[in-house]
Design a protein around this ligand. Structure first.
Ligand code: S3P
Length: 190
């Protein structure tokens, strides 16, 4: 894992669907005044259609290709000092995990499956959860992805019981410490 001195000054939010990446991203933007890059929004704008339609018309692999492209551009960009909110599946590709680790301070927002199910139930915009049993899908995807989130993250935040302002404040404090401080070990389980 790259160390603070060699990393760009970005805060990168990763984690499963429904864990609050976009909401916390907006709160961090408000607190820090940094621009927010919401990768899903960038992809939708480029494709000219919502993610559900990209999945339906072009397939998941096409969406993942676009995700990869946006991430590579972010790594290559000269400007730093950004909040980057990723999609929940960005960690699926090995090359993306390598990009994330070069992009800045990586924060993993997490919540248990039951909470994710409740938070995502009303929203029809997530094609991967359009199944007979979204609860089972959440559990299996989480089991697959958790090691990847862990591999990329400098900080793990359990979002249960905290509002977006509390989460953002905590992230800011630890990001300041991270960028100012000595070399950090990779994210450890609490
Ligand atoms: C996905 C998560 C979504 C979006 C797409 C795929 C995933 O983003 O990128 O539907 O694979 O988990 P959010 O995590 O912002 O919902």
């Amino acid at each position: 894992m790259q160390q603070p001195a060699t990393l760009p000054n970005n805060i990168v939010l990763i984690g499963f669907m429904g864990c609050g990446k976009s909401t916390v991203g907006r709160e961090l933007r408000r607190l820090l005044g940094y621009p927010l890059v919401d990768m899903d929004a960038v992809i939708e704008e480029r494709a000219g259609k919502p993610i559900a339609r990209i999945f339906a018309e072009d397939g998941e692999a096409a969406f993942r290709d676009m995700e990869c492209e946006v991430l590579e551009e972010l790594v290559g960009a000269a400007d730093t000092g950004r909040i980057i909110a990723t999609g929940g599946g960005v960690v699926e590709r090995t090359e993306n995990r390598a990009c994330l680790q070069r992009l800045g301070y990586v924060v993993w927002l997490c919540a248990p499956p039951a909470v994710i199910l409740r938070r995502t139930r009303k929203n029809q915009e997530r094609p991967l959860l359009h199944t007979e049993d979204p609860g089972a899908r959440i559990k299996s995807l989480l089991a697959q992805r958790e090691p990847w989130y862990r591999e990329c993250a400098h900080l793990k935040v359990d979002t249960v019981g905290l509002n977006s302002s509390e989460i953002a404040t905590g992230i800011l404090e630890s990001a300041r410490y991270f960028f100012a401080g000595p070399a950090q070990p990779p994210c450890k389980e609490p």
